[in-house]
Design a protein around this ligand. Structure first.
Ligand code: GTP
Length: 363
């Protein structure tokens, strides 16, 4: 079965992490997000995947090649200028001659795609939109359906008194190829504001497939961190890389963990890391490949990308640290700091809660 993955966006909300790394390549438990996505799609028989790229395309192409190392066939479509979600699919229309899936390339989910395809065929829909419930529908665009699941209305940020549903578009669609004729060629056009409302106006059958499976949009640093906490705390089932090395500890090869280092909670440590004496790694935390965490440091609830170095007595809490970051001795990164790639922070600094540091800044 075929799928189109929308991975061309700039990921502005996830900056500074996406200034050097496209959103589809940000590491989730030390593997690029797209590797997880491909694994998930394969599990539902989807093995012919078109990646629509625009922003920072080379890293993705270099990593995945033709897909054979990952058990799928990958085709790349490069946009010179962003075509929007529907425009990007129209751009590859000649490859799409049977009913296909489309996915936003930034949602992590366990939605049952096999059941969704069955629902699509049974309902006679031209388009089926996966729907997921949210706690506060007033900050989203919600999708109102009939009892049979036929979409009645799209409502942008409904007022609290006017809320009739808490179901939002989950960014996964099944589309019949004939629908593509309604998308203009070569223009920026979206599914949410362009194609779907147009199909409703025409009276074409658009259905919503409701699912309460795990779903998260990793589009902001807070959600990115939350996904890691959810994974490590078992709210979504996944196999972690590395070998178990004690209760909740997963170690990849060639690590040097000091006998007096303290690892606690669920912690994943990538290849070739050094963890010093009395360093305290408190889960849920992930340390990327080739990291050095010096003596007496504290890493609590955080995600650290590869090649980072934390000096002695550094402390970080619920932070995301980009690749190649160096943090000097005794520096404290308070709750929710996000450091972009290659940032160098001196010794004895205090980075206030929620600070975001861009790649070329030295705070
Ligand atoms: P923000 O800038 O933070 O809003 O992120 P984004 O634009 O990367 O993502 P958004 O949530 O707006 O888009 C949903 C998905 O569609 C993401 O996976 C994007 O990569 C993808 N996407 C958005 N616009 C385009 C586009 O013009 N072309 C392609 N190929 N993909 C796109």
């Amino acid at each position: 079965m075929k799928a189109v993955l929308l991975v061309g966006g700039e990921g502005t909300r996830l900056r500074p992490l996406t200034l050097n790394t496209p959103k589809s390549m940000v590491p989730i438990a030390n593997r690029p997000f797209l590797e997880h996505m491909i694994e998930y799609l394969k599990g539902h028989g989807i093995d012919d995947i078109i990646l629509t790229l625009c922003y920072l395309p080379d890293r993705t192409r270099l990593h995945f090649g033709d897909g054979s190392n990952f058990g799928v066939k990958l085709t790349y479509a490069l946009e010179d200028t962003p075509l929007g979600t529907a425009g990007a699919v129209k751009n590859v229309a000649e490859c799409l001659d049977e009913t296909f899936f489309v996915f936003n390339g930034d949602t992590y989910t366990d939605i049952d795609l096999t059941a969704m395809m069955e629902f699509h065929h049974n309902s006679g829909a031209k388009v089926t939109i996966a729907l997921t419930p949210v706690e506060d529908p007033t900050i989203y665009g919600v999708v109102e359906t009939s009892a049979e699941g036929r979409v009645q209305r799209f409502i942008e940020k409904p007022h609290r008194d006017a809320v009739t549903t808490n179901m939002i578009n989950a960014g996964a669609y099944i589309i019949a190829p004939e629908v593509l004729s309604h998308i203009p060629n070569g223009l920026n056009f979206s599914f949410e504001h362009g194609l779907f409302p147009l199909l409703l106006k025409r009276g074409d059958p658009v259905y919503g497939f409701q699912s309460d499976a795990y779903w998260i949009d990793i589009g902001t640093p807070e959600k990115y961190l939350m996904l890691h906490h959810d994974l490590l705390e078992g709210r979504i089932a996944r196999v972690f890389p590395g070998k178990p090395a004690g209760e909740g500890i997963w170690l990849e090869e060639d690590c040097n963990i000091h006998t007096q280092a303290q690892l606690e909670g669920t912690v994943i440590i990538g290849r070739n890391c050094v963890i010093g004496s009395m360093a305290h790694i408190k889960g849920p935390s992930i340390i990327g490949h080739n990291c050095i965490i010096d003596a007496d440091s504290l890493v609590d609830g955080s995600v650290i990308w590869q090649n980072a170095q934390l000096g002695q007595k550094v402390s970080i809490r619920n932070c995301v640290i980009g690749e190649n970051v160096v943090i000097g001795e005794r520096t404290q990164c308070m709750e929710g700091c996000v450091l972009g790639s290659n940032v160098v922070v001196g010794s004895d600094q205090i980075l206030e809660q929620g600070i975001k540091v861009w790649p070329d800044e030295n705070p």
